[in-house]
Design a protein around this ligand. Sequence first.
Ligand code: FAD
Length: 326
Amino acid sequence: MLLNLLEYHWAEDIDQALLLLARTDVKTVVLAGGTHLLGLDDDSIQAVVDLRDLELGHIREDATSVYIGAMVTLQNMVDAPVLKELATGVLARATQASSFSRVIRNSATLGGTLAIGAASQADVLTALAALDAEALLRSGSRTKVDLSAGTVERPGFALAGVTFNGKLERRISCVNLSHEVRPNELIVEVVIPRPAAGAGASFQRIGRTPTDVALLNACALVGIQDGAYKQVRLALGGVSMEPVRMQGVEKQLEGQVAMNEGGTTINTQVLVSALQAGMADFSPPADFRASAGYRKISGVNLAFRALEEATTISRWRNMVSSKERQ
Ligand SMILES: Cc1cc2nc3c(=O)[nH]c(=O)nc-3n(C[C@H](O)[C@H](O)[C@H](O)COP(=O)(O)OP(=O)(O)OC[C@H]3O[C@@H](n4cnc5c(N)ncnc54)[C@H](O)[C@@H]3O)c2cc1C
């Protein structure tokens, strides 16, 4: 319960929301779906800014990227045809797995999920990390200054109480976004670059039951060209942990031959060696659900399965597109 809440603002446009968030005398926070915020026991929050009327509920695409507004609900993401297509649908599937309650998915937004990060326990964070997603953040400020004009010899007009409205925009990676976002910043949208044509992707998770939070999840994106790994992205995450990109594994694999001789089976030895070397530093946390050791060993297996499936999909896509060209 927010027991000291004094003000509720229904923002009509982004600039208004930014100016309210920029206030330093009243602690003001964003209200999106409210699934997390309204359950908080935080006496310091004095005002909320409701974003529901801002035009942040879009999912649009162009040739290079897909753009998802911060107020898009998790259920909208599950249902969106463009996300079912993007990267073989891993984002839509990870969003569905984020919360098996449709009631929650209907309210919880992408912006709210990114803002609280690991506390949301959402699988979608791992998929966003693997897809190189970036968030567009905007902040605003209003500064009042008194300008004296001219000199003593040649006086000009003195302007008192001039107000400058300033805006700042930056794009940062969705990995660890919850630690980067400042209190006066609004997450406006998420930008996901389109993977190369022919890339394959896979999302895998382990939970105590199919509908429970993920003890561990993995998302891989693989692009193969001429039988070799051209692009590899791998992220691991799960409950109680921020998603981490396995850049060691990615670097080990890129440029390596993906298939065995004959080109019909995956070179699993290359995958195993890359995972052993690249995941040596992977140190997941322990909690009452699973030990760090369990998560580390399972993480290697899960990453293997994700990379194997993504590689298979990429290989098939390349075969189909080369047949179409003939
Ligand atoms: C009982 C329960 C169980 C849940 N379990 C899960 C689960 O297992 N998995 C899961 O994914 N989710 C779960 N959720 C929902 C979870 O709270 C949401 O996934 C999401 O994290 C919150 O989204 P929201 O839109 O409701 O955000 P809000 O509750 O409105 O806001 C959350 C925080 O983010 C900030 N914020 C919101 N939008 C923005 C923005 N655009 N820019 C800057 N800051 C912003 C707010 O100020 C606030 O601090 C659960 C919720 C409940 C009530």
